[in-house]
Ligand binder design. Structure first.
Ligand code: AMP
Ligand code: GLY
Length: 427
């Protein structure tokens, strides 16, 4: 089968690496891809926003499966256009991608399907939000409704901060994403990411991970897209995972089908493990980045088979994908300045990883300049390793990272710290 993968980050490099390993993959194309993806796929220069160009390309290469990596083209309806043109697509319709595209949409669905989530109010004006504020106590969580590249959430510790965040969002600080705002009760607990594959009717769990969203060690500083992750996340015990499937994921899939907008693709649930059980913080309509990288390191099944079963509505009766019991851990190397403004162009020299079992350096924001590898984004590399324990995976990943020559970059040195402290309090 010929496959087209859309996207250009570390998530897509991990997907390309795994898709290319399948004996069922004849030709793999990636648009636009990156220099790491180029080792597994033919790069094509098509903009995912140009739907006609994507469809034309799929026709010209007899593409049997399109895999859409990032959320923006999904929320924008690319999967709908491709399906109308007769192509099998891994990724939800625009209507179903509202689970990520609108926080208020998801909150209403939680009420309708009795899904545990923080108490909330959808607000369409600053005056409404400001007058409701006292009812939420402190801290209070204030969210721009739409897509804001992970930056549209403020946890306000004081009334003044809360008011400023509300004024900022309605004042256009987050563009169109802030035209509506959701106020939420603050939940306490540990966070875990949980993944499920669904074709709209059947659902299978697809593992857990824990991300590190803050830029600084000890989980301090501004939020980022994610500075490192590991999988599995043992805090999500098999019992809690079953509870999340029964009380959150399956009711969501059923409610989406009942609304006439079945959700097909990977459903990424951001969970808060509270004293009262798992609660839904948010949904994403795609794999996490960098969570995907650690899931792909552990996946033992054929990714083409899996994604095709999801895309063609043939998940019924399949056993859940097999994930190796090892822990995989990835450390993000970012360009200095991230998550603020970064200068592209810093040179990178990578160590040889071909002969290192269980180790991969995924490219997230790299480019070739005059044949030499340089940084081209905020998050640049995902240095990834597996091990029998999280401590072993961490040691391998940092040993590999220390062989990367990237003076323009930085990383957190404490990825996995919570779990490592639990697993081995001596280290
Ligand atoms: P989101 O973009 O919805 O994942 O929110 C970003 C981060 O804000 C989450 O990963 C949580 O750490 C935090 N967060 C969001 N909602 C809540 C909540 N209701 N209570 C506590 N923390 C939250
Ligand atoms: N790593 C967080 C995300 O992909 O949304």
């Amino acid at each position: 089968m010929n496959i087209l993968l859309l996207g250009s980050g570390g998530r897509e490099h991990a997907l390309a690496w795994k898709l290319a390993q399948s004996p069922r993959c004849d030709a793999l194309y990636a648009a636009p891809g990156n220099p790491g993806i180029a080792a597994h796929a033919t790069l094509v220069d098509i903009d995912a926003r140009n739907r006609d160009a994507v469809i034309q390309f799929c026709r010209s290469k007899a593409i049997g499966l399109v895999v859409i990596g990032p959320e923006a083209p999904l929320v924008d309806g690319l999967a709908d256009s491709l399906r109308s043109a007769g192509f099998a697509v891994f990724g939800p319709s625009a209507a179903a991608a509202q689970l990520e595209g609108s926080k208020g949409y998801t909150k209403d669905l939680c009420v309708e399907a009795n899904i545990p989530t923080a108490g909330f109010l959808r607000c369409t004006s600053a005056a409404q939000a400001l007058s409701a504020l006292p009812g939420f106590g402190l801290p209070v969580v204030i969210k721009a409704d739409g897509l804001a590249a992970g930056k549209g959430v403020v946890i306000a510790e004081t009334d003044a901060e809360a008011r400023a965040a509300i004024e900022d969002m309605f004042g256009g600080g987050f563009g169109a994403a802030g035209a509506e705002v959701v106020l939420e009760q603050f939940l306490t607990g540990e966070e875990a990411s949980f993944f499920a594959l669904t074709d709209g009717v059947s659902v299978v769990p697809f593992g857990s991970a824990q991300d590190h969203k803050r830029v600084g060690e000890g989980d301090t500083g501004p939020n980022t897209g994610g500075m490192g992750a590991y999988s599995p996340a043992p805090v999500l015990t098999p019992e809690l995972e079953e509870e999340a499937m029964a009380r959150i994921v399956r009711p969501t899939v059923n409610a989406m089908a009942a609304r006439g907008t079945p959700y097909s693709g990977v459903l990424y649930a951001g969970l808060m493990l509270t004293a009262d059980g798992p609660q839904l913080i948010e949904y994403n309509c795609r794999f996490g980045d960098p969570e995907c990288q650690v899931l792909m390191m552990r996946l033992e099944d054929d990714l083409v088979d899996l994604l095709e079963a999801v895309a063609t509505g043939k998940l019924a009766g399949r056993t859940p994908p097999r994930l190796a019991p090892e822990t995989a851990l990835t450390v993000v190397m970012a360009a200095k300045g991230y998550p603020g403004k970064v200068e592209p162009g810093a040179p990178i020299t990578l160590p040889e990883t071909d002969n290192v079992p269980g180790a991969m350096i995924f490219h997230a924001g790299t480019a070739l300049r005059d044949g030499a590898l340089v940084a081209s984004g905020g998050r640049v590399l995902n240095v990834t390793a597996t091990g029998p324990t999280i401590g072993a995976a961490r040691d391998e990943a940092y040993a590999l990272l220390d062989r990367v020559d990237f003076d323009g970059g930085f990383c957190r040195r404490d990825i996995g710290w919570r779990e490592i402290a639990r697993a081995d309090p001596q280290t």
